[in-house]
Write a protein that binds this ligand. Structure first.
Ligand SMILES: [Zn+2]
Length: 300
């Protein structure tokens, strides 16, 4: 199950203590290496594929124009999310020749432990950026000290908001000795995966599984069993992984053509041989779908 924890945030026992402090107060600790993750316009700044920049006097002078938030602490290292507009960033010499990478590009070459810190910083940045104003009264929101809470600046409102996670289900559907793999109409050629979908209001996760499977491929399922979960940083989803069995005599697939391009039953032998021939491509190893599929293949 190594890959399932790919995006789980690495942290040490000082994490809660650090997070309780205003971020700027954190920046004077002795024997500490400060690692800054810069994000501008949704892009991660990197130099030679490294997304972290170390403490620098030049950087400290410009702190006032930056939004700083604590991401994590790990063995004398403190990781700080840092963003500003491009004009302010360009004033810092050592940031001038950086690469601007999308989050997927930035995470591509990183080890799981470092990737988890980058993805946590990115999730925090996206949530802060999307919540600049209070959803209750429309006034500006400000950081409540550490960046993990935003609070409305209207003294009659003071509504607090916290980082949001969107629950989503993903399900491996079994029919005797085969499983269902499908292609979304937007995916790259030959990529096949399990069915997935967002939980709606008032629904349990199991009800979402049942509804999504029926909507996308017209199948009725039973024996819905929870397996494991994974956070997916690109869209702030908590992916809840399930296994279910199709109700026998009702295994005829009826595709919803608005979402699904192809869907069919595969035996474990077919999955192994077709993926060797590149006739089907499975999801990346970091994705929970990969574990759901390959766990089943190993047992069958
Ligand atoms: Zn408000």
């Amino acid at each position: 199950m190594d890959y399932l924890n790919f995006y789980s945030l690495l942290r040490d026992e000082n994490f809660e203590k650090c997070r309780a402090l205003p971020t700027k107060k954190l920046l004077g600790k002795k024997n500490t290496i400060y690692n800054f993750l810069f994000i501008v316009d949704d892009k991660i700044l990197t130099k030679k594929n490294n997304p972290f920049f170390f403490n620098s006097k030049k950087l400290s002078k410009n702190f006032n124009s930056f939004s700083l938030s604590f991401i994590s602490s790990l063995r004398n290292n403190i990781y700080i999310l840092c963003y500003s507009n491009i004009g302010d960033l360009k004033k810092i010499d050592f940031l001038k020749n950086c690469d601007f990478l999308s989050i997927r590009e930035a995470l591509f070459n990183l080890q799981g432990n470092i990737a988890s810190i980058v993805s946590a910083g990115y999730s925090l940045y996206k949530w802060q950026r999307n919540n600049k104003f209070c959803g209750n009264c429309g006034s500006k929101n400000k950081f409540d000290e550490n960046g993990f809470t935003l609070i409305c600046t209207n003294m009659n409102c003071k509504k607090k908001v916290f980082p949001i996670v969107y629950p989503t289900v993903i399900v491996n559907i079994i029919n005797k000795d085969k499983i269902l793999l499908a292609r979304n109409i937007t995916w790259k050629k030959n990529l096949y995966s399990c069915l997935a979908g967002f939980c709606e209001q008032n629904e349990s996760a199991e009800e979402t599984v049942r509804r999504e499977v029926y909507e996308e491929v017209g199948l009725k399922i039973e024996k819905i069993k929870y397996k494991y979960s994974q956070y997916w940083p690109y869209t702030s989803n908590l992916m809840l992984g399930y296994e279910a069995r199709v109700i026998s005599k009702k295994s005829k697939i009826r595709i919803n053509k608005k979402e699904i391009e192809k869907a069919r039953w595969f035996s474990s032998k077919e999955i192994i041989s077709l993926s060797k021939q590149k006739k089907i491509i499975l999801p990346t190893k970091e994705a929970i779908a990969y574990s759901l599929i390959t766990d089943w293949v190993k047992k069958n």
